[in-house]
Design a binder for this molecule. Structure first.
Ligand SMILES: NC(=O)c1ccc[n+]([C@@H]2O[C@H](COP(=O)([O-])OP(=O)(O)OC[C@H]3O[C@@H](n4cnc5c(N)ncnc54)[C@H](OP(=O)(O)O)[C@@H]3O)[C@@H](O)[C@H]2O)c1
Length: 309
């Protein structure tokens, strides 16, 4: 059986599978959250930036009304870039929308501070159309603010997203609290082994996002994934999600479709030969320079990802 949770460096457990909510639209996400929790999902992943946390909160409320207990589930949300110098303010906004007193995990969404007083509350731009970034505030300062909110009890753990080894090496010397999690784009077309290994060596848990390749789930048709799926008599989604569990990572799958939300709960223990097939596929892509990154916001920043493509 595949692991159902992993231990964080705080001692708490993070469920192996979470429901993603990015791009889950109005009228969809409340139902998705409530349904997922009703069938046994234990982790909901959201973010201030997704602009749907009010509805995620309605879904949580409905689930609690149907008997789900707050202490039995794990809720993650994220600090947005225009709030890097106002961490508690952004957290309070998310908590209010979610209808919660605390979240289990609060993540810095991107290590990129953006102008808090720009022409847009979430995506400020300069006259030339480029992102309006703050140059005199560092992500390491943001981390100190994240550490402060940990002390309030409104978050049970803090972590980061989209951190390369380069950025972690900048952050860690300034950190009193080592991030509990690094949430990164991760799938066989972007294995990010360097970051996975580095995080493991520092006790930072990896959560994989966009495991299906994000919108339209393009990873489903990759030959070696289909091959393993056929061999194990499961769906490609099951292989793509189980791949992370085999690597010791938790995984987030987004869907607003009930049948898919349910199907994505099927996780199996992939064996060495399955992983060899999948890893061989990743190696081949890497060698031919064909790794794929599906999520790459136009910040105009070098994140130091070794395998950007
Ligand atoms: N920290 C970050 O910067 C960051 C960035 C990106 C994502 N994330 C998190 O990670 C979550 C997952 O990533 P993602 O949303 O990019 O993509 P994903 O989970 O890889 O893929 C979602 C897409 O796959 C479809 N899908 C889901 N299950 C399926 C199934 N069994 N069969 C066929 N299609 C299926 C969904 O369609 P339907 O919904 O129409 O069913 C949707 O189009 C996000 O929602 C978010 O919570 C975090």
């Amino acid at each position: 059986m595949a692991a159902t949770s992993f231990k964080l460096n705080t001692g708490a457990a993070i469920p192996s599978l979470g429901l993603g909510t990015w791009k889950s639209g109005p009228g969809e996400v409340k139902k998705a959250v409530s349904y997922a929790l009703s069938i046994g999902y234990k982790h909901i992943d959201g973010a201030y930036c997704y602009a749907n946390e009010d509805e995620v909160g309605e879904g949580l409320k409905e689930a609690f009304g149907n008997g789900v207990k707050r202490e039995d589930i794990f809720v993650t949300t994220k600090l947005w870039c225009t709030y890097h110098s106002r961490v508690e303010e952004n957290l309070d906004k998310s908590l209010k929308s979610l209808g919660l007193d605390y979240v289990d995990l609060y993540l810095m969404h991107w290590p990129v501070p953006m102008n808090p007083n720009g022409n847009h509350e979430r995506f400020p731009t300069l006259p030339d159309g480029s992102r309006d970034l703050v140059k005199d505030w560092s992500h390491t300062q943001t981390w100190k603010e994240m550490e402060k909110v940990l002390a309030t009890g409104k978050v049970k753990a803090i972590g980061v997203c989209n951190y390369s080894v380069k950025y972690l090496e900048e952050l860690l010397p300034h950190a009193t609290v080592v991030p509990a999690v690094n949430q990164i784009e991760n799938h066989p077309s972007l294995p990010q082994q360097e970051i996975v290994d580095f995080c493991k060596s520092k006790g930072i848990h990896i959560t994989a996002y966009s495991p299906l390749g994000s919108t339209g789930a393009p990873m489903f048709s990759a030959g070696p994934i289909v091959e393993v799926a056929k061999k194990r008599d499961v769906s490609p989604a099951c292989v793509l999600l189980s791949y992370h569990i085999a690597r010791g990572s938790s995984v987030l799958a987004k869907s607003v479709t009930e049948s898919r939300i349910k199907a994505n709960m099927e996780l199996i223990k992939l064996d060495d030969s399955d992983m060899k097939t999948i890893n061989g596929y990743s190696e081949d892509l890497k060698k031919s320079g064909k790794l794929v990154r599906y999520v790459y916001p136009a910040f105009g920043v070098d994140f130091g990802f070794p395998d950007r493509s």
